[in-house]
Design a protein around this ligand. Structure first.
Ligand SMILES: Cc1cc2nc3c(=O)[nH]c(=O)nc-3n(C[C@H](O)[C@H](O)[C@H](O)COP(=O)(O)OP(=O)(O)OC[C@H]3O[C@@H](n4cnc5c(N)ncnc54)[C@H](O)[C@@H]3O)c2cc1C
Length: 400
């Protein structure tokens, strides 16, 4: 058993780390967040958040402000990348609110980060070190010591590794290597909404899916901006290549795409690309006084748009268990992994399944589209109820 006066250390001030910090801080549990970037802030693109995450925002006191900053898409639309025909259209606002009691939203990542940071700054027990990359930690039995690249050492009661898909903390704990790169890349772009070509529905979340590629687009900042994510398979996924090569690859990849889709693709920002990856689910996210959370624990493909939602759920559930454990961190962490492992593994597997569905190869395209076209809105919602109904938040510590 440890004391609760030492702070809990959190490696990583991403969406998961900040959610955990806020959830703990609001309970009066001191937290110190160690972030490698000089400033904590979201990147300048959008993110979709499902209704399940609003149960967590309610607990964090953030639902109203998130809704104020968010856009509420009218529908989620799947468009065939070659013909431009809609495969399915599912109304989302207000239908999701009616069915699940919470909305489906899109929000600028920078705005979400600022909301979390502003809320953290108002809690006296939450402190930050920035420009400080965690290089490793020692579990000394009664406490942990975290070391950073700038030569600092931090003492804490326990360590939460919220340092993303290439987690340093995970590497030390389990050494299970690189993420699972699937050979695809993503480019993210935001443009002023006035630049959106005619023929594009600006009020919806749309995915244009084809063989080996897709784009996703939606409005941001109350319809002032437009977010485009361009995703495709390429043999150069693991390399840093120059902008001209990126442009050539994109033009070749999308050569057969519908003309409206091509106009959107021509706007793709080429200054940044990320390799798409997930991780195999693992059963153990904890050892002694250290535990993983968010992408560090269960990184997923973005097909269900749930990675950040899972990280936020993790933060709230973990804080609840830490409070219930009264300093028995090992028990709290074991119960956390038991509570969260199956739900997050299902997100990983269903995202992989959806990835194949959204990019049907060859002759599978027709049957896949027909199957999804035949689904009613309620059938779609029924298939997502396990996720959108929300996560269980424990009320008792049962682990020893
Ligand atoms: C193209 C794309 C689209 C997506 N769309 C959605 C979506 O619509 N909805 C959704 O819910 N999810 C989406 N996701 C997933 C989502 O972005 C992630 O799941 C989420 O950001 C995970 O949060 P995290 O805090 O666990 O990790 P991260 O966001 O990766 O944060 C980790 C933090 O740790 C810091 N860090 C890393 N290493 C160290 C170190 N050694 N020391 C200190 N700090 C460190 C990093 O700088 C970072 O701030 C998408 C992902 C991609 C790639």
């Amino acid at each position: 058993m440890g004391t609760i006066s030492q702070p809990i250390l959190i490696a990583g001030g991403g969406i998961g780390g900040l959610s955990a910090a806020l959830a703990l801080g609001r309970k009066g549990i001191p937290v110190h967040v160690i972030e490698q970037a000089r400033e904590i802030g979201g990147i300048g693109y959008g993110i979709q958040l499902g209704p399940n995450v609003f149960h967590m925002f309610d607990r964090l006191g953030l639902s109203d402000i998130v809704k104020r900053e968010a856009d509420f898409p009218q529908a989620a639309v799947w468009v065939d990348a070659f013909s431009g025909e809609e495969v399915t259209r599912v109304d989302t606002t207000p239908e999701i609110l009616k069915r699940f009691g919470q909305p489906y939203i899109i929000i600028h990542r920078g705005d979400l980060h600022n909301i979390l940071m502003d809320a953290c700054r108002k809690v006296s027990g939450i402190s930050f070190s920035t420009g400080s990359a965690v290089t490793g930690f020692e579990d000394r039995g009664s406490h942990v010591v975290v070391n950073t690249a700038d030569g600092n050492h931090f003492d804490g009661a326990a360590l939460i590794g919220a340092d993303g898909i290439r987690s340093r903390v995970r590497a030390q704990m389990f050494g299970d290597g690189d993420p699972n790169y699937i050979g695809w890349v993503a480019h993210r772009t935001t443009i002023p909404i006035e630049q959106v070509p005619n023929g594009v529905d600006k009020r919806v979340v749309a995915l244009w899916g084809g063989e080996g590629f897709h784009i996703v687009h939606y409005p941001l900042r109350h319809g002032k901006l437009f977010n485009i994510v361009t995703v495709f398979r390429t043999p150069t996924y693991a390399q840093k290549v120059d902008v001209e090569t990126y442009r050539d690859e994109i033009q070749k990849t999308y050569a057969r795409a519908h003309p409206v889709m091509k106009q959107l693709i021509d706007m793709t920002a080429l200054d940044w690309r990320g390799a798409v990856a997930d991780r195999e689910p693992i059963r153990h996210w904890t050892r002694g006084r250290a535990v993983l959370l968010g992408d560090a624990a269960h990184s997923t493909l973005q097909a269900l748009a749930q990675g950040a939602c899972m990280a936020i759920e993790d933060g709230v559930v973990l804080a609840e268990l830490i409070e219930l454990s009264r300093g028995n961190y090992e028990a709290a962490f074991r119960q956390f992994q038991a509570e969260r492992a199956v739900r997050t593994a299902r997100v990983i597997f269903e995202s992989r399944y959806l990835w194949t569905v959204l990019h049907p190869e060859g002759e599978t395209r027709g049957p896949v589209h027909r199957r999804f076209r035949a689904m009613s809105r309620d059938e779609v919602w029924d298939s997502l109820a396990w996720l959108y109904d929300g996560a269980r938040v424990p009320t008792a510590l049962t682990a020893k």
